[in-house]
Design a binder for this molecule. Sequence first.
Ligand SMILES: Nc1nc2c(c(=O)[nH]1)N[C@H]1C(S)=C(S)[C@@H](COP(=O)(O)OP(=O)(O)OC[C@H]3O[C@@H](n4cnc5c(=O)[nH]c(N)nc54)[C@H](O)[C@@H]3O)O[C@H]1N2
Ligand SMILES: Nc1nc2c(c(=O)[nH]1)N[C@H]1C(S)=C(S)[C@@H](COP(=O)(O)OP(=O)(O)OC[C@H]3O[C@@H](n4cnc5c(=O)[nH]c(N)nc54)[C@H](O)[C@@H]3O)O[C@H]1N2
Ligand SMILES: [Mo]
Length: 770
Amino acid sequence: MSENPLPIPGAENPEKLTGLKKGDIKKAAAGIPAVVSALEMAIGEAGFQRGMKALFNLNKKGGFDCPSCAWPDPDDERSGIAEYCENGARAVAEEATAKKLTPDFFSENSVQELGLLSDYEIGGKGRIAQPMFLPAGGTHYQPITWEAAFDKIGTELNRLGSPHEAVFYTSGRTSNEAAFLYQLFVREFGTNNLPDCSNMCHESSGTALGESLGIGKGSVTLNDFYQAEVIMILGQNPGTNHPRMLTALQKAKANGATIISINPLPETGLMGFNNPQTVAGVLGYKPALTDIFLPVKINGDMALLKAIELLLLQEEEKHPGTVFDQKFIAGNTQGYTDFIQDLRPYDAGQLAAQAGVPYAQVQEVARVLAGKTKIIACWAMGLTQHKNAVATIKEIVNLLLLKGSIGKPGAGTCPVRGHSNVQGDRTMGIFERPTDKLLDAIEKNFHFAPPREHGYDVVECIKAMHAGEAKVFFAMGGNFLSATPDTRFTAEALQKCRLTVHVSTKLNRSHLVHGEEALILPCLGRSDQDMRDGENRFVSCENSMGVVQLSRGVLEPVSEHLLSEPEIVCRLAQATLGTRSKVYWDRYAADYDLIRSDIERTIPGFADYNERVRQPGGFYLPNCNRAGNFDTPSRKAHFHIDSPEMPVLRADELMMMTIRSHDQFNTTVYGLNDRYRGIYNERRVILMNKKDIRDRGLQNGDLVDLHNHHGGVERVAHKFVVVEYPIPEQCTATYFPETNVLVPITSVAEKSNTPTSKMVILTVKRHEEF
Ligand SMILES: Nc1nc2c(c(=O)[nH]1)N[C@H]1C(S)=C(S)[C@@H](COP(=O)(O)OP(=O)(O)OC[C@H]3O[C@@H](n4cnc5c(=O)[nH]c(N)nc54)[C@H](O)[C@@H]3O)O[C@H]1N2
Ligand SMILES: Nc1nc2c(c(=O)[nH]1)N[C@H]1C(S)=C(S)[C@@H](COP(=O)(O)OP(=O)(O)OC[C@H]3O[C@@H](n4cnc5c(=O)[nH]c(N)nc54)[C@H](O)[C@@H]3O)O[C@H]1N2
Ligand SMILES: [Mo]
């Protein structure tokens, strides 16, 4: 067996424990404590006036779009108070902080010293206040002018043997305007190497929905929630990651919807919810949200869905036409007969056992679904980051198609997006596999020939950098090193680059494990004013339900040296392409309306962009499913056949899902608590079932090391505290990014190439101190 590469200083969080305190798992989410905690955070970080100003304008029409998640705002009822949640307020506080990193900070702290800090400590340092440069062999970042920084990048890019030796990553906070310019620059430079966070996030959803339904986005709107009869929530923890969704669920429930949660963990937000914005919430009244909770094993979803479908089929065959929507199936789908033939021979009891769910509960779900036609299925990372993620999501589509639950009010698909503009970035063309339609439009409008060969996604670009085939890494936001799998391998890959560049708001680990030379380019965040000629300019974003609306920051930037992302792209393009560019970059930088006009000319659905984006609440993009159409080659929705096989674990093996705690936004760690799960002051924990703990001769609170051996490489993460938790047998959970060192770069989802961050096979050994 080959060894895991040696640890690279600064690449991982220190293996240091902070002192676990255990509390009870909370019965209900949100409520007054959440609002208080949010206010404390915002005011503490930003100071009273900045904090209140930011919160008051968060998600308010005409204010700025919450940077925390992509859940939509209500279309109509959003004038008085701002719609936000505890975690949105934290994300804003994190950005609105008045602390800043001056050149003194960097001269006092070497890159190596900073790498010894935890993510929590690094994040707490403050905003980056001016461009910083790390010369070859240097130990400390030093200030650099914007002009010199752009010159350096341009020179390095132009020195490459081919444009394909550069990689341009995007995280999902980048606005439509910046994203459109960025992909335009990258393509004019000559490559489609545009990996993005989506490759690690909802890529599986986009792939599955695109193939089955003809559009890679969800079909429902917020109003559909209020009309739904059944809402299924699979592999998602909205209490922490999309708290405003709980308000919609509560309203749906009040309107009579049945809520079914499918999750290995009894997540607090799903179980109960105190709405801080209603009187009942303030009084601490706890309406239970979930009606049926199915504690599925990790990756048991496809077996479970098939069991449900099979029970429905049996009922339909007893009483034809009463369970399935035969009219919808005949008129809108293809592959039904083959699908049914494949399904019939399964045994529902066996499928339920395979999924780890009591058969009686599966029968109950089938009984509920049998008589209903308005069904919404929501899902997130609990389904997308698995080897068979695309097939599992297609299985959800199968179920909805059987029930005729797509393209009508109160029904449809709802992949709940993560980053606040990750969906918009893809709409703008941030994609390593662009369609010919997009490239044709670019060619026609901008008079250059964009490259046609596909570029690298996240996993491919890491391998290319590791192999020395990609030499310049440029990131528009994000924290590539910590968000990606196989930390040691990725760290080596970044270190092999000639130049690594990060456009960032805050310091993170990706600045500290770098190429031969490195740059940090500080940009304005969502909450910051973007002033030019006395005008506070706005950008726009697309939420999870395809609504495009404007976002205008309100706070005075912490430093005069920050540039907006669109301006950074324009100057980068000018420095790199010079007179060979066909694009008027300086005009874009001066006037964002011109960017939007050119988006309108290039991307479908943006007619009258400048006018409609200024309307309160913005506008909906077209969605074929919503209109009852399927833009597949056959113009029909496709039933998909796959087998519900799951990996067979040896008795000593465990399956690990890497999840988010309540106090983090991806790789940004706000605090050390996971309040709803009753875990305080420690992130190096592994949630395990009682029996699994006992079988290994361990006890609650013991210290263990985690090992993964995928592909014959040994990967180890040391020092995790065992926490007994209600989780199915042979399933475990840990927090990322601490355990990304264990996620094999060679284990990816079929078709979408998403790292299988929720399906890591482990053995656990008692930690021995040497
Ligand atoms: N506060 C906050 N908000 C966020 C984020 C954040 O980090 N913090 N991140 C944003 C981003 S980019 C994203 S993508 C979203 C992520 O939102 P989520 O997808 O909710 O995030 P995870 O923590 O990865 O949670 C995955 C959930 O799936 C469950 N799960 C894991 N494996 C399986 C499985 O095999 N089957 C089933 N049925 N369930 C499973 C886990 O128990 C957990 O409840 O949130 C966004 N919003
Ligand atoms: N093991 C495991 N790994 C995962 C996941 C998982 O569930 N498990 N989830 C995956 C998912 S769903 C995602 S989306 C990725 C996230 O991957 P990324 O998007 O790369 O990571 P983030 O932690 O969201 O990025 C945070 C950094 O973005 C910068 N930033 C914040 N706001 C702005 C801004 O407005 N502009 C710019 N330019 N920079 C900004 C700050 O410097 C901050 O440090 O991680 C993936 N990795
Ligand atoms: Mo995400």
